[in-house]
Write a protein that binds this ligand. Structure first.
Ligand code: ASP
Length: 343
């Protein structure tokens, strides 16, 4: 249960939110002290804040699974010291980080809210101030029993709170940069913040634990009209593949090229899981719906249901990292672990 004043750790990892424009006209990350100096309201929020920063703030395009582990371990080592965590992060790969953290932070019972912005905080029309202040308010929000209202990994951006493994960046231009096509918002911020409590996960009661292991050797093969055996078969047969994600069309259909089916079947026979994620973000993979999809189901390709690529990829890395293979991998991949797919 939280005390009367929430203690929140802000971790600045980088991103546009804290960038400045240099002589070359490009945006470069700058220091956390600078960022915070633009939001004097932080002092009167009624929460106890502490802040820390990556030594070298990153454009999130440079985020790696190693950085996800750093964030997860930081939350682990400070788990009992704070009521909630707010991670400032670039928007480009924020959905990958939030998805990965949702799997790595096991038995989470506290809010972990990621946010960022489309314009740097120093720019007059920036969305950064609102995103940070509302994220902090959400992180500090409590229910009738005094427990956290949002005890899960979530992303706050432009008036909406998203489940961390249910969103995708869809615009590099609009302030509303993200969408969650297959799951409702957890909250919407207007004059007041409206929490959609039936969509928010309950706090876990087990012992909080970080599961840091990730297997990154996951191949990605995008289907397109004109894809050729010469380019694709070597990619499928690469002995480094520990899993392969096939980015299919529509409800999980793909070109029925004999070479594609045979190469994938050989991979599956070797014990390497092949996962079907649709290029359509909204909706779900249902391979049996069309002959063009069913042939892939018949050779043992695993459908990703309504998981987005970000969730399916990081879940695959996580499950392989846990040492799961064969039927155990398939069962865990199909299961709803952290709200990433619809039952
Ligand atoms: N390139 C930036 C990043 O992801 C974009 C942003 O922060 O919105 O770090």
């Amino acid at each position: 249960m939280m005390g009367t004043t929430a203690r929140i750790l802000i971790l600045y990892t980088g991103g546009t939110i804290g960038m400045i424009r240099k002589d070359d006209e490009a945006y470069h990350p700058f220091s956390f002290e600078n960022l915070i100096s633009y939001i004097p309201e932080l002092k009167s929020l009624g929460v106890e804040l502490e802040a820390d920063s990556f030594d070298e703030p990153l454009d999130s395009s440079n985020m790696t699974p190693g950085h996800w582990q750093r964030i997860a371990h930081r939350i682990e080592s400070d788990y009992t010291n704070y009521d909630a965590f707010v991670i400032l992060h670039g928007s480009d790969t924020m959905a990958y980080t939030s998805s990965a953290l949702s799997f790595m932070l096991h038995n989470l019972a506290k809010p972990v809210i990621l946010t960022g912005s489309q314009l740097p905080i120093g720019i007059p029309r920036s969305d950064a101030r609102e995103n940070i202040l509302t994220s902090l308010e959400i992180a500090a929000a409590v229910n009738e029993e005094g427990g956290p209202l949002v005890p899960e990994v979530a992303v706050y951006f432009e008036y909406n709170l998203y489940r961390g493994n249910r969103l995708q960046k869809v615009s590099s231009q609009d302030f509303e940069a993200f969408q969650s096509p297959n799951y409702p918002f957890l909250a919407e911020a207007g004059v007041q913040i409206k929490y959609h409590r039936r969509y928010i996960r309950s706090a876990s009661i087990g012992r909080f634990q970080v599961l840091p292991e990730l297997e990154c050797k996951v191949g990605l093969l995008t289907c397109f009209p004109g894809m050729s055996a010469e380019l694709c078969v070597p990619q499928i047969e690469n002995p480094q593949n520990k899993a392969l994600i096939l980015l299919s069309f529509g409800s999980g259909n793909a070109p029925n090229h004999r070479w594609l089916l045979e190469a994938l079947a050989r991979l599956i026979e070797r014990g390497v899981p092949v996962i079907n994620v649709s290029q359509c973000s909204a909706g779900e993979v249902a391979m049996a719906k069309y002959d063009a999809g069913k042939v892939f189901q018949d050779i043992g390709v695993i459908g990703a249901s309504d998981m987005l690529l970000e969730a399916a990829l990081t879940k695959t890395m996580h499950l392989l990292g846990q040492g799961l293979e064969g039927e155990a991998f398939v069962d865990a991949f199909r299961a709803n672990l952290k709200g990433e797919l619809s039952d």
